[in-house]
Write a protein that binds this ligand. Structure first.
Ligand SMILES: [Zn+2]
Length: 253
C-alpha cells in the first residue's frame, strides 16, 4: 500500500548566542537562542518556512531550555564566545537590569537578611517555570529515546548476524530468535513506559533539586507549588512529584 505521510511537525532552529540570567544556575550565563516553528513536511522532509510558535534559550551551563524574550538582546552572536564577550556584544546592560536579582542571590547565599516570604515563594515558582519548556518539549515528543534505539539495534545485530554464526542448527536458531524477539519486545515496551520518568530523573530532578536547595522548600510548599502549576496548566505541575523532589533536595549537591 502506498501511503503519503505528510503534515506539520515541530522544528527547532538555532538563532544565535547571547548572555542572560539563568534562574537554574542563578547567575548570568551563555545562552543558545532557538526558535520553534511548525513546519510542513512530507515523509519527515521539511519544506517551506514554518510558522514560528515560540522561542527558548538553552543555557549552555546547565542545558535548561528557558523561556526567551528576543527583544532584550541587542544582537545575537553567530558562535559561542567567552561570557564577557557575549555580555558586551549581545546584552551589555544585563548586570544592570538583573542587579536586584543578583542581590537576592547574594542574600540567599549569605542567609542575611532572611528573604521575605513572598519573594522566597516567587523564587521557588520561578525554578519550575524555568524547566517547563524543557519538560513540555520532551514530553510532547516521541517516547522513542536513545536506549530504545540502542536496544533495537542490538537486537537486529544479535538476531540476524551473531546468532546464525553461533547456532548452526536452523530449528534451534529459529527458537532462540523467537525468544530473543519476545524478550526484546517486552524490554522495548518497558523502555517506552518509563521514557518520561527516566527523562525527569536524568535531566529535570537533579537540576531542579540543586536550584531549589538554597531556598529549602518543605513538602507542603512543594505540594502547593505543584497544584498551582497544574491550575496554570503547566506540565511541570502534573509531571513532577513531591516525593521525588524532596528526595533530590535531601541529597547533598
Ligand atoms: Zn543555567
Amino acid at each position: 500500500m502506498f501511503v503519503i505521510w505528510w503534515g506539520t511537525r515541530k522544528v527547532v532552529n538555532r538563532q544565535g548566542y547571547a548572555a542572560d540570567f539563568c534562574p537554574i544556575c542563578r547567575e548570568v550565563a551563555p545562552m543558545l537562542i532557538c526558535n520553534v516553528e511548525m513546519a510542513n513536511h512530507v515523509y519527515s522532509v521539511v519544506y517551506g518556512k514554518g510558522e514560528t510558535i515560540g522561542h527558548f534559550a538553552q543555557c549552555q551551563n546547565c542545558r535548561s531550555e528557558l523561556p526567551a524574550r528576543l527583544n532584550k538582546f541587542r544582537t545575537l552572536a553567530d558562535a559561542i564566545a567567552p561570557l564577557v564577550t557575549l555580555v558586551r556584544t549581545t546584552n551589555p546592560t544585563v548586570y544592570e537590569t538583573e542587579k536586584g536579582r543578583l542581590e537576592i542571590e547574594r542574600m540567599i547565599k549569605e542567609g542575611t537578611p532572611p528573604l521575605p516570604r513572598d519573594v522566597r515563594f516567587e523564587l521557588m515558582l520561578e525554578k519550575f517555570h524555568a524547566v517547563e519548556p524543557e519538560i513540555r518539549n520532551r514530553l510532547d515528543a516521541s517516547r522513542v529515546d536513545r536506549p530504545f534505539i540502542a536496544t533495537l539495534a542490538a537486537y537486529i545485530v544479535a538476531a540476524l548476524f551473531i546468532l546464525p554464526l553461533v547456532i548452526r542448527d536452523s530449528m534451534r536458531l529459529g527458537q532462540v530468535q523467537v525468544y530473543l524477539l519476545l524478550g526484546t519486545f517486552l524490554f522495548l515496551g518497558y523502555l517506552m513506559l518509563t521514557a518520561h520518568s527516566r527523562f525527569l530523573s536524568a535531566s529535570i530532578y537533579p537540576k531542579l533539586g540543586a536550584a531549589l536547595r538554597p531556598l529549602k522548600p518543605g513538602p507542603r510548599e512543594l505540594d502547593l507549588i505543584l497544584r498551582l502549576l497544574t491550575q496554570r496548566r503547566l506540565m511541570a505541575g502534573t509531571a513532577l512529584k513531591v516525593k521525588q523532589l524532596t528526595g533530590w533536595l535531601a541529597r547533598t549537591g
